[in-house]
Every structure is written in C-alpha cells, then in structure tokens.
Design a protein around this ligand. Structure first.
Ligand SMILES: Nc1nc2c(ncn2[C@@H]2O[C@H](COP(=O)(O)OP(=O)(O)OP(=O)(O)O)[C@@H](O)[C@H]2O)c(=O)[nH]1
Ligand SMILES: [Mg+2]
Length: 462
C-alpha cells in the first residue's frame, strides 16, 4: 500500500491489468498504436495550420536602381511568370504604350532633323564640341512633312492611356518637354484602358468594334504612316544626323523601330517580348502581389515593390522591413550620362547607389541581390568597338570583350560590399538581360528560392 501511494494515479490507470491475457495485451497495444496515430495526425494538422498562419506573412522584395535600369521590366517578368493570366488581360493596354514608344522615337528623330536644318541655315562659329550635321535631302524634308499627322496620334494615345490626367502629375504634362512619358504608380491607367476595350469583339479589319472614334483614327494614321516611318528610320543620312546629335536609339527604341510594320498593323497584339520592351517611366511606388509555393512549403504571399525614378533611394527608410533588395545596375551604360544630370556617368552613379544600399544600417538584414543588367547591350557595344577603358580608366589594357569586362565590373561591385557593408554578408550577383523572359525566369526562380532559404535561416519569415 505504501508503495502504491507513491505512483501517480494516471500511471496507475495506464498500467496493464495484472491478469492480462496475451490476446487482451495485443488488443490494448493496438488501441495504443491507433491513439498514437490519431495524435500524430492532430499534431500534423496543427503544424499545417501554424505554417498556414505563417504564410500570411509576406515575402517582400524591393527593386532599386537608377532610372532606366530595368526595375519595371523586372517587375513585368515577375508578373509574366507568376500571374500570366492577369497579365494577358492587360495586353491591350500595352499596345497603346508600344505605339506611344514608336511615335515618341519618331518625334526624337524629327527633332534631330530640325536641329540639322537649323544648323544648315544658321552656321555657328566652329567649335570642336559642335555637332556637325550632314545636309538634309529633299526626300527627308518630304518625309518630315508627311509625318506631321503623328502629332495628333501622340495626343490621342496619351488621352487614351491617361484619360483623367491632371496637368500637374501626369504624362500629358511632360509631352512637350521631356523625351519620355511617365506614369504615376497610383494611376490605374491599365484599368481605365482595359475598361475601354473590355467588351471588344474581334472585327474584320482588325479595328475594334467598340473603340472610340479618336483612338481608331489614331491607329489608322499610324498604320498609314508606316512606310514613311520605315523609310525615315532606315535612311543613311538620318543615321548620320542621329550620330551627330548623339542620339543612340538602336539600343532600346530600336527594337520597335525595327518592327514598325508589325507593330503598326491594324491587327497588332503585343507579344510578351513587346511588353517587356515597352517603356513607361515610373513615378512613385508600384507593387505587385502573388502567391507562390516553394518546394513542399506552404505558399507564401510575395510582394514586389518597384520604386520608380532617379531618386528612388530617398525612399529607402520606408523600406527597412524588406526580405530582399534586388538592385539593378545597367552595366551597358558605362559610356552614358544621366538624363537628369549630364555631368554624371551612369555606371558611376550605379556604383554610388550600390554603396548607399550596402552601407545602410537600416537594410543590413535584407538579402542583397545584384543584377548586372543590360548585358545584351553591353555585348553589342563592346563588339562594336566602344572601349570600356575609355570610360573606366582603371580597366587599363585588358581585353575589351564581354567575358573580361563583365567580370571586372562584377569585382568592382564586390569591392564596394567588402569595404562598406556594416556586417560581412552573403549577396548574390547575376548577369542579366531582363528583356529576355526565358533567362530571367530561370534567374528569378533561383532568386526566389534563395530569398526563402536565407530568410528562414535568419528567422525573418517566422
Ligand atoms: N536591351 C535591354 N533593354 C532593357 C533591359 N532592361 C531594361 N531594358 C529596357 O530599358 C528601358 C527602361 O527599363 P525600365 O524597366 O522601364 O526602367 P526603370 O528602372 O523602371 O526606370 P524608371 O521607371 O525610370 O525608374 C525599357 O525600355 C526596357 O525595355 C535589358 O536588359 N536589355
Ligand atoms: Mg520603372
């Protein structure tokens, strides 16, 4: 009796009866095994629920880099890869952007012709910095006249894309002054435009049945001007004038200028490649959300923030809770200056921005991903004989090929992390051309895995 009082009642209750038969013992053990199985299932379910709760927490990625570095193009890749259906629905909106890109580029060429005309009619005293333009041919003067109606097309496209634009913050405000159209991220331009074409049914001539008269006319004018635009873009004197004017359209605008016939066809629908190439400068912050399952984990809610514009870093303090930063450095820009300040070399600017990011104590926990972007343009530039060492003198007399130049630039960016990061940290570098959906989709897949792995390792997702 004294011994029994030391044993706790639960243990006592669970003890087998002293006269248990072998059959009764087997039945009892089976019951215990079943109970354990049920208990494991309940634990599993609880774990699953706990993980599901965790998944409500989002993985947040911030895209940073100078203007035109490729942030919005990277965001479009995320959208195309993770929400292709939603993106397909926006295709019609992108057609107007592609058309606007074409018209804008043609206007830049026409502006260069005007400068060449002014040069011919009023020669200034020669200075080595003055551009020397070749004389305009009568063919070019005639083309210039024939393309005047494109002004009307530009106005129509802008009012189609930004129907409620206010003169203070929207694109039409910038028409006359800037070479680029910008869209404020808060503007639902795609929605407005999608509504416009939502009920459209295909029609015989490729023009849309419900399309407003103004927009239909704009597309017809564009289509009718197609041959004139092609002749202008391919004219050898125009090429010389653009060179003298220091206007290098072939790298970016060239993609659509080389495809004028296709993109101005009345039945034209933008392809994925077209959407990745269509340029619309971002103002403010735009974000894209999607749900993604990595391995056998519960899906995570991903949010990608695209901070537009040259001064994107000013906003960094608002983004101290990011899991990762993808910083885009357009390495092809080694021979270019900033649009907003022509005294600053673009590559140098990228390095300064990278230094600010890596040395920021606010961002010290974020995973750093570096995209050395626009590698396709870098390859073409180097192959055309433009020398990296003319702009990055420390490159010296090393070979002017992509392999050596890109590795050298990679080391430069690595040196900045080594010298300025407040803690020694892992970061990941990729050579990218984010206009290439296939290679970018592979890279983004690996980036997403890395972010999850690293964030779990740092307990940033718990
Ligand atoms: N050829 C080539 N073009 C690129 C690449 N990345 C971006 N572009 C083009 O460069 C232009 C600018 O890219 P965006 O993604 O709009 O640049 P951004 O960084 O968002 O610029 P902001 O909105 O001004 O901050 C677009 O026309 C893109 O299609 C690239 O790797 N190769
Ligand atoms: Mg942008």
């Amino acid at each position: 009796m004294t011994v029994a009082s030391d044993i706790d009642p639960l243990t006592l209750a669970l003890q087998p009866p002293p006269d248990e038969t072998p059959e009764a013992r087997e039945a009892r053990l089976q019951r215990e095994r079943d109970a354990k199985k049920r208990s494991d299932l309940i634990d599993e379910e609880l774990n699953r629920q706990r993980n599901a709760e965790k998944s409500v927490r989002s993985v947040k990625i911030l895209l940073l880099g100078q203007s035109e570095s490729g942030k919005s193009t990277t965001l479009k890749n995320f959208q195309l890869i993770n929400s292709p259906k939603a993106f397909k629905a926006e295709r019609a909106s992108w057609r107007a952007v592609v058309h606007l890109n074409v018209v804008r580029s043609i206007h830049l060429i026409l502006d260069a012709l005007t400068a060449a005309e002014a040069f011919a009619s009023c020669p200034r005293p020669y200075s080595p910095d003055d551009p020397v333009y070749p004389p305009l041919t009568s063919e070019l003067l005639a083309l210039k006249m024939r393309l005047i109606p494109l002004q009307q097309v530009e106005v129509a496209l802008l009012s189609k894309l930004f129907p409620h634009a206010s003169p203070k913050n929207e694109a039409p405000d910038e028409v006359s002054s800037a070479a680029e159209v910008s869209v404020h991220s808060a503007t639902p331009w795609k929605n407005a435009f999608s509504r416009l074409v939502n009920n459209v049914r295909g029609s015989l001539d490729g023009l849309e049945a419900n399309e407003p008269q103004e927009s239909r006319e704009a597309r017809q004018i564009l289509h009718a001007s197609s041959d004139y635009m092609i002749r202008l873009w391919n004219d050898p004197v125009v090429k010389e004038i653009l060179k003298a004017h220091r206007l290098r359209l072939e790298d970016m605008a060239g993609f659509f200028l080389d495809a004028i016939q296709r993109v101005t066809a009345l039945s034209y629908e933008p392809t994925d490649d077209d959407i990745l190439r269509a340029r619309l400068k971002t103002l403010g912050v735009s974000e894209h959300q999607f749900s993604l399952k990595t391995g056998n984990m519960v899906p995570h809610n991903w949010i990608v923030y695209d901070v537009g514009g040259a001064r994107s870093l000013v906003r960094v303090p608002y983004f101290d809770h990011m899991h990762a930063i993808i910083f885009l450095a357009p390495v092809s820009c080694f021979d270019q200056v900033l649009a907003e300040d022509d005294r600053v070399n673009r590559l140098e600017d990228s390095m300064i921005l990278w230094k600010i990011i890596v040395s920021s104590p606010l961002l010290k926990n974020a995973n750093l991903i570096l995209f050395l972007n626009k590698c396709d343009i870098l390859k073409t530039k180097l192959a055309s004989g433009i020398k990296l060492s003319d702009y990055v003198t420390s490159y010296g007399d090393r070979p002017n090929d992509f392999e050596n130049c890109s590795q050298y630039l990679k080391k430069k960016f690595a040196g900045i992390v080594k010298n300025y990061s407040p803690t020694s940290r892992a970061y990941y570098t990729y050579f990218t051309s984010v206009i290439d959906l296939q290679s970018t989709s592979d890279i983004l897949g690996s980036v997403q895995d890395t972010i999850i792995r690293q964030s779990l390792g740092k307990n940033m997702l718990l």
